[in-house]
Design a binder for this molecule. Structure first.
Ligand code: BGC
Length: 756
């Protein structure tokens, strides 16, 4: 307990304590809830504001901070918060792209660089990382996530918390991180943003919560609560989730923050009659800070007076806010992050650009390659497509401090790599052709300009250029605001007339390299069947164009692997690799089917069964989780286990495989280890990722890749209740699988029993 905080608390009025729980928008916003954010100065002076949006210019932030520490009664500094999702001014690839690098030390470096820039712009609290496991490509916010797997989510959570906070929040270049959105937001029904989620405690503990637990174990300072309702109870009012689990069970003593206007939205959810009841429900459930809805400042004092909220509880919440400010070093130097000269020195430097270029190249996933890639430098290239030269799109969604002019497009990247003469360029198509859709997507600037020419004329120009070149590189995909908040899609193919453009380019007979950009997995069946190569680049951020050029010309050998399955079409969503086995067909099911190459588990049989029912195409995704090619050819040897019978808690199983680079290029391969638990008290996923190694090999080189498996890897939560789970392991048979992707694995089975 800190003397400073206790001394402050003892002289604060109830209204001032409640003021610390109030987070203000920077200005009145379109929801109307931020309307009270006018007259900011006098509200700060009166002690009605604890924190506020940091997206203002530095001098303004400095002036507001001065009012807080010089003119308010208690002289408590403000926290300035903003979304720092994948970089601040220098933009790194979308989190989903970064996750495809499976390189969490690189991800930590990007978070560190983002913190350096954001803190220099006065930010003390970042609304990130987003840790919502995402299995539905229709949901636009999958772009902000680490994808479908809880292990990758947990690793991203830890890396970003460490990068933002370092081990000392008081350092001037550290900022507090926020794990969001607690919890289950990624499972919105139909992938429709803000929709209800009906997740069992079993799913919550085995899939949804591990990334949050990892962030908390890494010391994350804040948790933001999801907008959605969880089996009928909006998370913002969910006592069992916030109080019983997060506070009591996990012992989290940091800040619990509502999402933007979410307290007010309890009325819309239909669980509160008015904003006063909404304030009471949220506060009593455990939410410390009211983001923008102003329900707390309006109603908490009255609710205390009526005895419906205990003043001691207000003290506890206020103490947490003051404590956070103390940990951030704000009491000793409230201006330490408000220095324009310093900001300009550390922002968008050669180093941050170099890191952005590296991260963007490592996030690319080579989905297909008929040996057309890498390109020779002297090739004449027809670069075609609406994303080939669109700076405004390169940052991807949630890049609040980015400037379009900072980014390098693919056209610029290719020209920088091989000179103007080798590159012919035409736009070829609009991202979307419908003006209303374009207007909706243009909320953050001109990202979807519609050409004055007819789509057919644009195509004709592109085809004419293609005929003159040796190879066509088509840069196609979504607009950056096709993903992000409230951006659901019900179709996952390329929007607008881009498919027509690709067909016309294919018809020229020239080798066709498709470079795709998007914030979600796309449905690319036609492209898979017709293109010579497909390189998926997400939105790579500031250095996108240079990074893709590095990959196309082989300066960087692609090594990314998908962190989210690519479905064949939206009808398959949600789809992910860790599905539970099904009951049918019954002939091949059973423990004995495991380990058999042909039908490694019941699920594969089920897939054939659906095909037999004449559904269109197989049930498998087009590109499975973990898929990603290299210019090298990696050969996997046999799976070797040091034993097949184990006993007791302390036994260790060693599994290994020989990896050989049989190709002509040096490269990196991500070797993946999965475990299956075919007989348990719950129907367990057919396989779950437990570990991986990123191995770097020269041409002709081999390496044995080892994994040590312990009982911890076998554990799961039976989770009868949300708030009282303990992981257990159930002795018996387990399936060990190692390979290059979740659908290309060598399998073996072991028995692991309790020690007699
Ligand atoms: C989003 C949050 C974000 C907040 C503040 C909300 O609409 O759901 O993820 O942190 O706005 O920008």
């Amino acid at each position: 307990m800190s003397d400073l905080v206790e001394a402050l608390l003892s002289r604060m009025s109830l209204a001032e304590k409640v003021g610390q729980l109030n987070h203000l928008a920077a200005s009145a916003d379109s929801t109307g809830a931020g309307a009270a954010a006018t007259d900011i100065e006098s509200r700060i002076r009166r002690g009605e504001v604890g924190s506020m949006a940091g997206g203002l210019d530095l001098e303004r932030l400095k002036a507001l901070q001065r009012i807080a520490v010089a003119e308010s009664a208690n002289k408590i500094p403000l926290i300035f918060a903003i979304d720092v999702i994948h970089g601040h001014r220098t933009i790194f690839p979308l989190p989903l792209g970064l996750a495809c690098s499976w390189d969490f030390s690189l991800i930590k470096d990007t978070a560190r660089a983002a913190a350096l820039e954001a803190t220099a712009a006065g930010i003390t609290l970042a609304w990130a990382p987003m840790l919502d496991v995402s299995r539905d490509a229709r949901w636009g916010r999958c772009a902000e996530s680490a994808g479908e797997d809880p292990l990758l989510g947990a690793m991203l959570g830890r890396a970003m918390v460490e990068g933002y906070q370092q081990d000392d929040l008081a350092r001037p270049d550290s900022m507090m991180a926020t794990a969001k959105h607690f919890a289950g937001y990624g499972f919105a029904e139909g992938g429709r943003d803000y929709n209800a989620v009906d997740a069992s405690a079993y799913r919550m503990h085995n899939v949804v919560l591990p990334p949050f637990k990892a962030a908390i174990d890494a010391g994350v300072g804040a948790v933001m609560v999801g907008f959605h309702d969880l089996a009928g109870i909006p998370c913002t009012a969910h006592h069992e989730l916030l109080h019983d689990l997060l506070r009591e069970r996990w012992g989290f003593d940091g800040l619990i923050v509502s999402d933007y206007t979410a307290i007010l939205e309890l009325v819309h959810h239909g669980v509160a009659a008015d904003t006063k009841e909404a304030a009471m429900l949220a506060f009593n459930a455990g939410v410390d800070i009211d983001l923008v809805s102003e329900c707390y400042v309006r109603h908490l004092p009255e609710l205390v007076a009526e005895g419906r909220i205990a003043e001691a509880a207000i003290d506890r919440a206020c103490r947490r806010v003051l404590r956070a400010k103390e940990r951030l070093g704000l009491f000793s130097d409230p201006y330490r992050r408000l220095d324009a000269a310093h900001r300009d020195r550390v922002t968008l430097t050669t180093e941050t650009r170099r890191l952005a270029r590296k991260a963007a190249a490592k996030s690319c996933v080579l989905l297909k390659n008929n040996r057309v890639l890498p390109l020779a430098r002297r090739t004449s290239i027809a670069l075609i497509g609406p994303l080939a030269d669109s700076r405004a799109n390169m940052q991807g969604t949630w890049a609040v401090a980015a400037r379009a002019d900072d980014s390098v497009t693919l056209l610029e990247g290719l020209r920088a790599a091989v000179g103007e003469n080798h590159i012919l360029y035409a736009k070829g198509a609009n991202i979307v052709d419908n003006a209303n859709v374009a207007a909706r997507l243009n909320v953050f600037g001109e990202i979807c300009a519609i050409d004055a020419r007819a789509p057919a004329d644009m195509r004709a120009e592109a085809v004419a250029l293609a005929r003159r070149a040796d190879v066509v590189v088509a840069c196609v995909g979504e607009a950056r605001e096709h993903t992000g908040e409230s951006s659901t899609r019900s179709e996952l193919g390329l929007p607008g007339s881009q498919p027509d453009l690709l067909r016309a380019l294919r018809a020229t007979g020239k080798p066709l390299v498709v470079v795709t950009m998007s914030g979600r997995p796309l449905a690319l069946e036609w492209e898979d069947a017709n293109a010579d190569a497909i390189l998926h680049c997400w939105f790579g951020g500031t250095e996108t164009g240079n990074a893709i050029a590095d990959v196309l010309f082989g300066e960087v050998n692609p090594s990314g692997k998908l962190a989210m399955s690519f479905p064949r079409g939206a009808g398959q969503c949600p789809i992910h690799y860790a599905e539970a086995p099904t009951g049918r067909p019954i002939d091949k099911i059973g423990v004995d089917a495991h380990g058999d190459d042909e039908n490694a588990n019941g699920r594969h049989v089920f897939r054939k069964f659906t095909t037999a029912c004449r559904l269109e195409g197989p049930h498998t995704p087009l590109y499975a989780f973990g898929h990603g090619l290299s210019y090298s050819t990696f050969e996997y040897g046999a799976l070797i286990l040091d034993k097949t019978k184990l006993s007791g808690e302390h036994d260790v199983l060693h599994a290994s495989i020989e990896l050989h680079n049989a190709g002509p290029y040096a490269g990196e391969e991500i070797v993946q280890l999965y475990l299956g638990d075919p007989v348990a008290s719950r129907s367990r996923p057919v396989r779950a990722l437990k570990a991986f190694r990123k191995i770097s090999l020269q041409p002709g080189q081999s390496q044995r890749v080892d994994f040590a498996i312990t009982v911890n890897d076998l554990k799961f939560f039976r989770a009868e209740r949300l708030s009282s789970p303990e992981p257990i392991w159930e002795p018996g048979i387990f399936i060990v699988e190692i390979g290059r992707s979740s659908d290309k694995l060598a399998a073996a089975r072991v028995e692991w029993h309790v020690k007699k």
